[in-house]
Each structure stands twice: as structure tokens, then as C-alpha cells.
Design a binder for this molecule. Structure first.
Ligand SMILES: [Zn+2]
Length: 663
């Protein structure tokens, strides 16, 4: 076992401290380093630089995030007049002690060329607020004293590293529109110097801050208005790729300001924010409804496209325009709506937007107006090959990334199997069931397979209020939905002569009327969203091939098929598809067989209850057990675009039962 050198250990601890404060760095921003000695693989003592790996998040910093580089190799690069990003990255890569370690930060040479043992480079909000206006240099001198060098915007790379190295005798460096660099021989003192500078900047800003522009008096949208807006936005923004919308209220105060458009126009507080949230955010009108909000998105796309066209000559070869949709939408009275492939991504974008726009608010309050780095520089960063490389090395998105589905009966049996399958393909899910015990178990299984955390709705889906709550949960949490799987169901045994009306009614309510209510409210909202959708009805082999003594069940499932057909007919004009699956004899995790149903069905077929599964398997053509996973795979197909030309269909998942062939 190798021991971690002391300097590296101190670096990791300091980085965790810095990473924990988002007003210093957000999601992979900023970097820290230390210099020290190692004994290399040939037993020689060598001086190295440990610097943060590219894209590593300091919050959970560990030693392997900090690749070691031979310092002598890095320092000899100082002899060059100029190095392109590619040449620099190539040379820096050759200085790695372990060529297989994490790719070091693009700002590695900044750390190498400054001689101090410990260096912090943060993208602190308060420092950026000092610089993001016309009088940045003066403000920095007034706030931090004349010990700090002020460097105008230069994109990170060789030039910035070499230029900054001349200030090593000073206390630190402020990089305009970017952040702060401080250093010391002692790790704790280095950290204190970072915190001191940030503190001084905050105090200075507070001393200048004028009262924010008068707030408008607006209660914000009602729940229904917000739902309609979210559906329209999700429809608009999910045109090419499905997206999850996330609402965040931290910018609610700022969103109420009259100068909100100026805040959005101030752009990213620290340049690297724009890589995640785009150079600008979209601003919706004060009373945002679908009619006046959709044109704002169109205008945004138009502006981004024009900006791309105007600066295209700067585009490195082999790259094309990013998707021009906004990532952050500012909604007056509410805060931000962010888009992403999951709520996790939406939350990350909301965190960055919170810092970027809060800084812009601070700049306007303290200095009256903001100043940005200009479109050509923005473009240079937006399409920086070093960052495009990171994008290209991202894994391919999962099949259901950004997709949202509602699954009823998800606490057991087929519903659980479907939830697990959809989650394994990256879907965001709203899971509904009568009790929460089964749902919690489903959630545990989803977490174990690294699926996204689902939302729950606990309640009786035969009640219209619960159905509405279920659909609204998808809208409120994810901005809308792409499909609903109706999987909740109960068995209803007894012959017609012994079946009570109560039992008959209950079977109809759970298996059929509930599906009607879900269909109704799903269709109303899918139509508002405007990008179609898929309804999947989990019916039964019994719908086509009923058995004696199981009439209540068979009738309800036959009714479900007819409901599906009507939904297909009425939904077609809105690209809403409806299809059914007829499974047979699914036993895994299923509650359908509880309460005497297994015994009763076994008796009806003249076999022992424990032999029922084998009996059903022996009865089908393929002689197989059918599982919830088999039903889930067919459901996944019906929810996806792979079945985009199929509606009004019934697919049997029963191992082959001639009497139940769809007809
Ligand atoms: Zn930086």
C-alpha cells in the first residue's frame, strides 16, 4: 500500500472545504494544487505538482482526482512564446507521472508557473461581482487593496498561465469575469487567504449596494396556470430530445425585479458557467401564459442561431451548432425553470443559474450596470475545443433519458417489473399505488440499479382526486409526461351465481373505471403538452379467453381493451397512442394471487395451488413461465418511438395461448 504524501493530503482536505461552498465553486469549477516530493518507480526523488483533474468536483475530492505531474517538465514549457491549446495539452499530458491518471485541468500551467507550494483558484461569486462591470479594476483595488493583480479577460490556457506568473510576488490575482488565485506555503493559510479575499469583496459590495429596483406586485401564477405553462414549455423544449423541467425558487426574489431582463443579459458570472447553462437565460413575460411564453423560446433560439452564424468563422473544424434551446428559463414570481435529461441535471443547472444571476443582481445593485466579455469571446468559450472534448467523451444518453412515465400499481408484480425496467433505461418516474410499503421496496430496487429517484403518489386510483394528483405530480416534478402505464388491478373470483354486486363493482372500479379516469386526465394534459404520448393498458389473456369462475375479472379486462381502442381513436389526432398488453400467469412479486385466488384458480384447473405456475407454463405453446420482466420489455417498446406507428393494438405476452390470440 502506498501512503499519500502530506502535501497531497492537505490539498484534498482543503479542496473538500472549498468544494462545500457553492459561492466559491460550482460543479467542477475552479481548481486547487500542491507541490511536493515523491519517490518515482525507479526510486528517484522527484518534485511534482498535484493539480485537480479536469471536470472533477471538489465537493467529494479524493486523492485520485489530483494527478501528479513532473514539475521540471512543466516549467520547461515556460520557454515557449506561444502554445495552442492542443500543443499545451499534449505537452502537459507528457509530464504525467502516471499516463493513465485523470486528465489534468486545463489550468495546470497556471499552477505550475506560480512557485508557491499551495494554490487555490476559485470562481467566487463575490470576486466575479467585483469585476463584471466597466470599473472592475478600480473596484478590486478598493475592495482588496493594491496587493492583488488585476488581469483582464484572457481565456484559460498557455497565455493566461504565462502572463499570470509575473505576479508571483503579489498576494494574489483577480481574473476578470473568471475568478481568484491565491497562494501560500502553508495549506491552511492558503485557504484563509481565499476566504479573506472573498470576505473583503462581500463587505465592499455590501457597502455599495443600493436598494434593488422596485419589485412588481405579482402573486405569481396559480397552480393550474403553472401546470399549463410547464406543459407548453416541455412540449416546446422536448421537440427534438425529451427533457425534464425542474422548478427552483431560490431566484424568486430576483425574478420579481423590474430589471430581470438586464440581469439575464449580464450573462455568466464566471465564464465556465456558460458551458452548462448557455451564455444567456430566457426571460418569460411578467404574466407568463403558454401563448405569450412560447414566442420567447422562439426568439431565444433565433438569437442563439444568429450569434452562431455571426461567429461561425471562429468555429473549430469538425463541430456544429449546439442545440440552441435555452437551458435556464427565468419565470417572474417563481424563479427558474431548468431543462435536463433528469431532475439531477435540472438541479445542477439551477444551482449554477442561482449563482450566475445572483452575481448579476449584485453587480447591478452595486455598480448600476454590468459589462460582459463580448459575443466573440463568449463564442470562443462556448465552442472551446478543450470543453467540446469533454462533451464528446460523455456516454451516450440512455433510451429514456428525459422521458417521464406514470406507472400505477408500481408497488408489486407487473407494475414493479415495469418501473424497474423503465428506470434502468434512464426514465423519470411517478409511481402510484394504494400503500407506500411496496413503493418503498420498488424505490430501493431502483436505487440498487442506479436508476433515478422516483416520485410517489399513495392513494386509491379509483378516486378522481387521486388520479388528478398523480398526473399533476408528473407535471409539477418533471414538467409533464410521455406515457402512462395502467397496471393496478385486482383479481375477482366466483361464478356469476355466487358473485356479489359489491365484489363485481369493486373489480370494475379498480380494473376499469380507474383506467378510464387516468385515460381522461392523461389525455387532457398530453393534448396541452402537444408532443403526443403513449398509453399502455395492462389487460389480460382473460379478455379474449375467459375462464369460468373468474367473470368479474374477465369482464373488467375486456372493458379495458375497449377503453384502449376508444382512447386510440380519440387520441390519434393529438399523436396520443393507446395499446394494450395481454399477459398470462405472472407470479413474480404479484399480489393478484393472494386472498384465495391462487387456491381458487388451482381448484378450477384441478391442480395443487403450488403447482399452478407449472400448470400455466405447460398450457402455453412455448412451455414457458411468463414473468413481469417479459411484460415490462413489451411495455418499454410500446412507450418508445420504436412503436410510433402502432396504436389500438393488443400484444399477447402469454407464452402462446391459441384461445387468446388477439382478434
Ligand atoms: Zn478558472
Amino acid at each position: 500500500m502506498t501512503t499519500i504524501p502530506k502535501a497531497l493530503e492537505e490539498l484534498v482536505t482543503r479542496s473538500q472545504f472549498i468544494g462545500a461552498d457553492q459561492s466559491l465553486v460550482v460543479f467542477g469549477g475552479g481548481n486547487t494544487s500542491a507541490k511536493g516530493e515523491i519517490t518515482d518507480h525507479l526510486g528517484r526523488k522527484k518534485t511534482v505538482l498535484w493539480v485537480k483533474g479536469s471536470g472533477a468536483d471538489m465537493t467529494n475530492a479524493v486523492a485520485v482526482d489530483y494527478p501528479a505531474l513532473y514539475l521540471e517538465e512543466l516549467l520547461s514549457l515556460k520557454q515557449f512564446e506561444k502554445l495552442s491549446d492542443e500543443e499545451m495539452t499534449d505537452f502537459v499530458g507528457k509530464a504525467l507521472v502516471d499516463p493513465n491518471s485523470r486528465r489534468p485541468s486545463i489550468e495546470t500551467l497556471l499552477h505550475a508557473f506560480l512557485p508557491s507550494k499551495h494554490i487555490d483558484h476559485v470562481h467566487a461569486d463575490s470576486i466575479c461581482a467585483l469585476t463584471n462591470h466597466k470599473g472592475g479594476k478600480k473596484a478590486v483595488a478598493e475592495a482588496l487593496g493594491d496587493g492583488f493583480a488585476y488581469v483582464d479577460w484572457i481565456r484559460p490556457g498557455f497565455e493566461l498561465s504565462k502572463f499570470s506568473s509575473q505576479f508571483s510576488e503579489m498576494e494574489g490575482i483577480v481574473l476578470a469575469h473568471h475568478g481568484l488565485i491565491v497562494w501560500d506555503e502553508n495549506s491552511d493559510v492558503c485557504k484563509e487567504k481565499t476566504m479573506n479575499a472573498v470576505d473583503k469583496a462581500n463587505k465592499y459590495l455590501d457597502s455599495l449596494a443600493v436598494k434593488p429596483a422596485a419589485k412588481f406586485d405579482h402573486a405569481g401564477p396559480s397552480d393550474q396556470e403553472l401546470n399549463d405553462l410547464l406543459l407548453a414549455l416541455r412540449g416546446k423544449l422536448s421537440n427534438k430530445h425529451k427533457r425534464v423541467l425542474t422548478i427552483d425558487n431560490r431566484l424568486q426574489e430576483i425574478s420579481k425585479r423590474k430589471d430581470l431582463p438586464a440581469i439575464a443579459e449580464a450573462g455568466s458570472s464566471s465564464a465556465d458557467h456558460m458551458l452548462r447553462i448557455r451564455p444567456w437565460s430566457a426571460v418569460l413575460p411578467e404574466k407568463a401564459d403558454p401563448t405569450n411564453s412560447i414566442p420567447v423560446i422562439d426568439k431565444y433560439v433565433d438569437r442563439y442561431t444568429k450569434y452562431f452564424e455571426a461567429n461561425k468563422s471562429l468555429l473549430p473544424q469538425g463541430y456544429s451548432m449546439h442545440d440552441p434551446d435555452p437551458r435556464v428559463v427565468l419565470l417572474p414570481g417563481v424563479g427558474t425553470i431548468t431543462t435536463g435529461s433528469s431532475k439531477n441535471e435540472g438541479k445542477m443547472l439551477a444551482d449554477i443559474a442561482f449563482h450566475t444571476h445572483s452575481v448579476a443582481g449584485k453587480v447591478l445593485d452595486s455598480f448600476g450596470s454590468a459589462d460582459t466579455i463580448g459575443d466573440a469571446e463568449v463564442f470562443g468559450f462556448d465552442y472551446w475545443p478543450m470543453e467540446l472534448y469533454k462533451l464528446s467523451s460523455k456516454p451516450k444518453p440512455q433510451k429514456f433519458a428525459g422521458h417521464v412515465f406514470v406507472v400505477t400499481g408500481a408497488g408489486s408484480g407487473i407494475g414493479r417489473g415495469i418501473a424497474l425496467e423503465l428506470a434502468s433505461q434512464g426514465a423519470s418516474l411517478v409511481l402510484a399505488d394504494l400503500g407506500d410499503e411496496g413503493l418503498k421496496e420498488t424505490e430501493k430496487l431502483i436505487a440498487a440499479s442506479k436508476g433515478l429517484k422516483p416520485e410517489f403518489v399513495v392513494g386509491d386510483q379509483t378516486k378522481e382526486s387521486v388520479v388528478i394528483e398523480t398526473v399533476n405530480s408528473a407535471i409539477k416534478n418533471f414538467g409533464g409526461f410521455d406515457g402512462v402505464v395502467m397496471s393496478a388491478g385486482i383479481g375477482v373470483s366466483d361464478s356469476l351465481e355466487t358473485l356479489t354486486i359489491d365484489k363485481w363493482n369493486q373489480g370494475l372500479a379498480v380494473n376499469l373505471s380507474s383506467s378510464f379516469l387516468i385515460t381522461k386526465h392523461a389525455m387532457i394534459n398530453l393534448r396541452k403538452q402537444g408532443i403526443g404520448g403513449s398509453l399502455v393498458y395492462i389487460a389480460s389473456k382473460n379478455a379474449f379467453s375467459p375462464g369460468a369462475g373468474f367473470g368479474g375479472y374477465s369482464v373488467s379486462k375486456a372493458g379495458m381493451l375497449q377503453l384502449m381502442r376508444i382512447a386510440a381513436i380519440e387520441g390519434g389526432s393529438a399523436q396520443i397512442r393507446a395499446n394494450a398488453i395481454n399477459p398470462d400467469a405472472i407470479f413474480d412479486n404479484s399480489k393478484l394471487w393472494e386472498g384465495g385466488i391462487r387456491e381458487q384458480r388451482a381448484a378450477a384447473h384441478g391442480v395443487k395451488p403450488e403447482d399452478l405456475e407449472d400448470f400455466y407454463a405447460s398450457r402455453n405453446m412455448l412451455k414457458v413461465h411468463v414473468t413481469s420482466k417479459d411484460v415490462a420489455l413489451t411495455t418499454s417498446y410500446l412507450l418508445s418511438d420504436e412503436s410510433s406507428r402502432t396504436t389500438g393494438a393488443v400484444i399477447a405476452v402469454d407464452g402462446g395461448v391459441a384461445a387468446a390470440f388477439p382478434r
